[in-house]
Design a protein around this ligand. Sequence first.
Ligand SMILES: C[S@@+](CC[C@H](N)C(=O)[O-])C[C@H]1O[C@@H](n2cnc3c(N)ncnc32)[C@H](O)[C@@H]1O
Length: 474
Amino acid sequence: MLNTELDETLKNKKKYNQFFTNKYISQKMSESIKFLDDQIDTIKILDPGSGFGNLGIEAINYIYLNFTKIKKIEIDLYEIDSILIGRLKANFVKLQKRMKINSIILDFNIYNEDFLLSDSSTMYDLIIMNPPYKKINQKTCYSLKLKEVGVNTVNTYTSFIKKALINLDKNGIAIFITPRSFMNGKYHIKFREWLFSKFCLNKIVWFKSRSLFDGVLQEVVISVFQKKIQSDFINLEYIDDETLNETSLRVNQQLVIDKDNMVRFFSNNIDIYTYQKERNLKRIEELGINVSTGPVVYFRQSKNYLRKKNTLNAYPYIFSEHVGNGMVTNWPKKNPKRYNYLLKKDDNKKVFRKNDAYVLVKRVTSKEDSKRIYASILSKFDKYDMVALDNSINFFYFKNPNVNKINILKGLCVYLNSSFVDNIFRQFSGNTQVNIYDLKVLRYPTLKQLSNMSSGFNRSQSEIDLCVKKYLED
Ligand SMILES: C[S@@+](CC[C@H](N)C(=O)[O-])C[C@H]1O[C@@H](n2cnc3c(N)ncnc32)[C@H](O)[C@@H]1O
């Protein structure tokens, strides 16, 4: 048996982001080696950030079992943590012996160094990796060094992808397990532009649960790229990792790879139908509505200005805790976790907004929440001329303040709280955060449709969904 269990040698777990891939996921990843020509007799593999070699080992097992003409396998393993090298080497010595018995030469090279700064011109037929994830501070010498070698990005995992793909041979296959976030959102736009202009996205596999790796909260996905022009169809596979039930779809690439090269995940034909319906709706700017993040950062406010109860000169201060229990903003709260009021003074008066009706959306939900978008309406106050909106919320407002808008905003609230929007949101984002960029990517019904949808205001989820369905048909 190959020795790949965890033990106390993991002193650098946090420093180097060490999360090891289990057998099930390693096998799932290795299945995509089928996209390579199985008649080849030699193959060159790269496993960067190899840990104990779990992925390389499973890939070699797959090749041994499925490539009937294979004679020679070469693998390069990069691992920065010298504590792991002994066991990594022992695993490959064992595997080498097993391959030899089966008349296959296995050559392995272990490089105990930083993969991102490594200097190699070897081209690979197969890359398989589970890289470390960590933000790259753009003000460090390290980021400068990465820039010099052309692999600087916002996170180590996208730098690993870039560095590895540069050395992928024509028609070669690269299989990654990484956070999903590079597939959407504005932080990775440049990276995606580079990625999708040079490589073909072949397949995506994603999972029901977020806990594939202990301590990793982000949604992780398997993605498979090939060095060739983008094919017309992309394979999408969704796995319920509790029941191990798998569903797969082959979807036209134009549906999967959207504007800004954002990748959409569909788990069934209803998702595709919903998406096609949503694409015919309007962009938020076309409605004369804007969306921004609340301008007040509460820890930048003087403690003396923050109030739970009303006092002289205090103005409503709305946090995400006031949003989303029903469609009416629950303010002031009897016992708020944070505050209900902010004093307006000379040094903070710029962060206040005009008293008006707004639709508020929580910026952060928890992974246990049943929906991603929670919206509620903030009506115009009678006795205040200003309000403070915290940056834990996003808010929608009319660019033209004179529009008669209350029904439209109520309808917008209904629409945002619908299962239709939840489905669309999950197609393009695996995050629990809801950013302005996401709300701008989303499409919206016309003002008339929104106004009609106000009839679903503050109703049950099923009534909201029926109302949205009805008026989207109009
Ligand atoms: C998420 S773990 C995955 C390990 C292994 N590939 C697996 O799937 O079981 C990432 C590995 O990359 C290593 N690592 C982190 N930064 C590295 C770097 N800059 N160069 C090479 N290896 C690195 C860590 O020590 C760790 O073993």
